[in-house]
Unconditional design. Structure first.
Length: 302
């Protein structure tokens, strides 16, 4: 049955009770998960499977027979995730409606990360020069290293991107080693602390080109993310969108799969909702999917 696609198997399972049982065999869907996960262009905090147990041999995992790998697959597949959205309690719906009446300028997202400066093509410049993808209604330079972009999603939903650049090498490398763990700790400047308190969510741009994914770089990126998302700056309900970005599409820019990016950044350790979305600085594929997820996480009904 591995010659059939997951879509075909789901259709076959709907034909009779016999096939409904047959197609749910755990080894079959575990095979599909291991095969397809590295190929998917996005993953989030709800769809990320338990990779430790998934990568075990079927006969080594004690919960293999009871675990529903088919449900894991359907929950993780981007095609299936697009068909459903997590329902919110009624009080949250009312709260988001009232919030939308107050926040006339739309939610604000802080955008930061090494992918904004390491890629051959400027990520921000492409956004500015692509009105067919995203409408930029205004640009304001608040400080030397802070640029506020007012944007419009689908011609009607306003939001703002607060772009945080590094001013110099000393700020880019403002890490120190923790005395107990030996891991890097990122120190925020006062203006960045102020920005973290003022936003409704975060966009982290990571360089996903192969050859840049060293353990040291990932440790520093994780330290930067956790410093920005510290509970002292705001609630842990604020979402984090990780844009896993390459300069161009094609074999000249091989990419790290978004699943590996999520693992190496240790996103499953964060209390915040998160999503990793593959994209390309040259043409921005998948960028609007990430923005749509962010806006929905802040309570917008889209």
């Amino acid at each position: 049955m591995t010659f059939l696609s997951p879509q075909d198997l789901c259709g076959l399972g709907g034909t009779s009770r016999y096939w409904r049982v047959r197609i749910r065999h755990p080894s079959l869907w575990k095979y599909f998960l291991l095969r397809d996960l590295p190929l998917w262009s996005s993953i989030d905090h709800l769809s990320m499977p338990d990779m430790e147990s998934l990568e075990k041999a079927l006969w080594e995992s004690s919960d293999s027979e009871s675990r529903d790998f088919m449900a894991d697959y359907l929950r993780a597949s981007p095609a299936c995730r697009g068909l459903w959205h997590q329902s919110r309690p009624a009080y949250e719906t009312v709260t988001s409606f009232l919030k939308s009446m107050v926040m006339t300028a739309g939610p604000r997202f802080a955008m930061f990360g090494p992918g904004m400066e390491q890629l051959d093509i400027s990520w921000v410049t492409t956004i500015m020069d692509s009105p067919n993808i995203l409408t930029v209604t205004g640009v304001t330079q608040r400080q030397i290293n802070v640029v506020l972009c007012s944007c419009m999603y689908s011609g009607q939903h306003k939001f703002n991107i607060l772009t945080l650049y590094s001013t110099d090498r000393s700020e880019r490398e403002s890490f120190r080693l923790d005395e107990e763990s030996g891991r890097p700790v990122f120190s925020l400047t006062p203006n960045i602390q102020e920005a973290c308190q003022a936003v409704n969510g975060f966009i982290f741009v990571v360089n996903a080109e192969r050859g840049r994914e060293s353990d040291e770089a990932m440790e520093k990126e994780f330290a930067q993310i956790t410093a920005m998302l510290e509970p002292v700056w705001g609630p842990s309900s604020r979402p984090l969108l990780v844009l896993s970005c390459t300069s161009r599409e094609g074999p000249e820019c091989p990419r790290v799969p978004c699943l590996k990016t999520a693992q190496r950044l240790k996103l499953s350790l964060l209390p915040n909702p998160w999503m990793v979305q593959d994209t390309v600085a040259e043409s921005l594929p998948g960028f609007l999917d990430g923005i749509l997820w962010l806006l929905r996480q802040t309570g917008m009904r889209i």
